[in-house]
Design a protein around this ligand. Structure first.
Ligand code: NAD
Ligand code: UPG
Length: 438
């Protein structure tokens, strides 16, 4: 099938690369010529495991092309997938300006009877709105399908190739069957719905997962207060199939380009329809507080943060990505900066993106060793494998005071107790102090 993808971000690029891998002819279009130039050279503009290999392989095989020309990309395509950004507006609603421009770009070059697929996350009713825009800009017949995306950053290729489900929402059976055909080689479950249900499934899924995280974080805070252990509690809860083990990792809150904005957008949609979705307000409020947890604990333990050296391990919003959008590290860095602490951060891949947001609010180390040298405390912000594998005896030896605030519960108790001197503060579990009087 000849497919055009608009937008070579996390979603568009992963989708384009995977559809080419299963034998389709894909042309990816972006307005960012620097991205397209890099992609043409086989260089991925984002850090995403496995992406570059498939990119190089399918470009060489002739299945995958890149262009900045909407005409070149769209005029021969049977299926046009829109995967442009829908960021958050100041009032919490989704900003649809990129999408509406993309719709105009599509209508200018549409081949008759092609199918326009909206993969971007869009509020209920947006597909109908986009359909009216395209109809107003072209006389050619076309069909529309809503096909929201559920991949996670850091595992985008795996999530696309082995998706739990694909949602195809359309009022046009022929168009839905064609998109089903497009995905058939992936051999994953496909669910057909109407357009508005498809749009809602995306927001409901993200809001549910975000709420699950806020719920487990509140349980973790309660565990600390009553002397329970969140790891055992989450494990015990997760064994119940009705609850499930996934997304019960307590920590310093959710971040990223999706949960924060999508929960707010759903709340905004509810408000527009007179529904008071107070649960979502609480999900957001709990998350905002949880992101301050390490800072609050450090203030209480160290009393005065002024001129203290804090080593921040991890900047990206989760491991295996260089994405800094809504990363908890941003709030933590600002709080520490306001308290006049000296922050030295290390992240295996997110340093360049972090610099664009945090500038010289913090210093950037090029290794864990450099960050922790002579530190008064370590904050573990992102659970990169590199950090989970650290030898805590070595780490604490190089610190001024062996104090670790672990926002992602990276270490087993025996590893901590093997240290001769350490103060270790996890989330939702009792602190561990070895070899020190506190
Ligand atoms: N990032 C994720 O993990 C994820 C997962 C599922 C769904 N989503 C949703 O998918 C959508 C895209 O997210 P993303 O993270 O990939 O975005 P992104 O910001 O990484 O990429 C969007 C790309 O679209 C390009 N673009 C903008 N207007 C264009 C146009 N008119 N023609 C061609 N290209 C254009 C931009 O230059 C940019 O490269 C959003 O709606 C998001 O909510 C994201
Ligand atoms: O048990 C958990 C799981 C996740 N997180 C945090 O939640 C955030 C989001 O993580 P994750 O969902 O793994 O990454 P995303 O790439 O943001 O993916 C989410 O957002 C995407 C965009 O809509 C959806 O497609 C995915 O299905 C959805 O999981 C991160 O900050 C994680 O640290 C936790 O704190 N505890």
């Amino acid at each position: 099938m000849k497919i055009a993808v608009l937008g070579t971000g996390y979603v568009g690029l992963s989708t384009g690369v995977c559809l080419s891998e299963v034998g389709h002819h894909v042309i990816c279009i972006d307005i960012d010529d620097q991205k397209i130039n890099r992609l043409r050279q086989g260089i991925s503009p984002i850090y995403e495991p496995g992406l570059e290999d498939l990119l190089t392989k399918n470009t060489a095989a002739g299945n995958l092309q890149f262009t900045t020309s909407h005409q070149e990309g769209i005029e021969n395509a049977e299926v046009i997938i829109i995967a442009v950004g829908t960021p958050q507006r100041n009032d919490g609603a989704a900003d649809l300006s990129y999408l509406l421009q993309a719709a105009k770009d599509v209508s200018a070059h549409l081949k008759p009877d092609s199918i326009v697929v909206i993969k971007s996350t869009v509020p209920v009713g947006t597909n109908d709105y986009v359909k009216s825009i395209i109809t107003n800009h072209t006389k050619k017949p076309f069909k529309m399908v809503s096909n929201p995306e559920f991949l996670r950053q850091g595992s985008a290729i795996k999530d696309t190739m082995k998706a739990d489900r694909i949602i195809i929402g359309s009022e046009d059976k022929e168009a839905a069957l064609k998109i089903q055909e497009m995905y058939r080689p992936l051999n994953v479950p496909i669910l057909m719905t109407n357009v508005r249900s498809a749009e809602m499934i995306k927001y409901a899924s993200n809001a549910f997962l975000a709420t699950k995280i806020s719920f487990i974080n509140e349980i973790a805070n309660l565990c600390e207060a009553v002397g329970a252990n969140i790891i055992d509690v989450a494990n015990g809860m997760g064994k119940d199939k009705r609850i499930g083990e996934a997304f019960l990792q307590a920590g310093i809150g959710y971040g990223g380009s999706c949960f924060p904005k999508d929960v707010k957008a759903l709340l905004h949609t509810a408000g527009l329809h007179g529904v008071d979705f107070s649960l979502l307000r609480e999900t957001i409020a709990i998350n905002d507080e949880q992101q301050k947890l390490l800072f609050t604990k450090a203030c209480s333990r160290l009393k005065q943060l002024k001129d203290k050296k804090i080593a921040m391990l991890g900047l990206s919003f989760k491991p295996e990505t260089d994405d800094m959008r809504e990363a908890p590290s941003i709030k933590i860095a600002h709080l520490l900066h306001e308290a006049e602490a000296k922050v030295v951060a290390y992240d295996p891949v997110a340093k360049d993106n972090a610099k664009k947001i945090l500038g010289d609010t913090i210093e950037y180390a090029s290794s864990v060793d450099q960050a922790i040298e002579n530190a008064d405390a370590v904050f573990i912000v992102t659970e990169w494998n590199e950090f989970k594998q650290l030898d805590l005896t070595e780490v604490t030896k190089h610190m001024k005071q062996p104090i670790i605030f672990d926002g992602r519960n990276c270490f087993e108790e025996n590893k901590i107790r093997a240290c001769s001197k350490i103060e270790y503060y996890p989330v939702g579990k009792p602190a561990i102090v070895v070899g020190l009087d506190t």
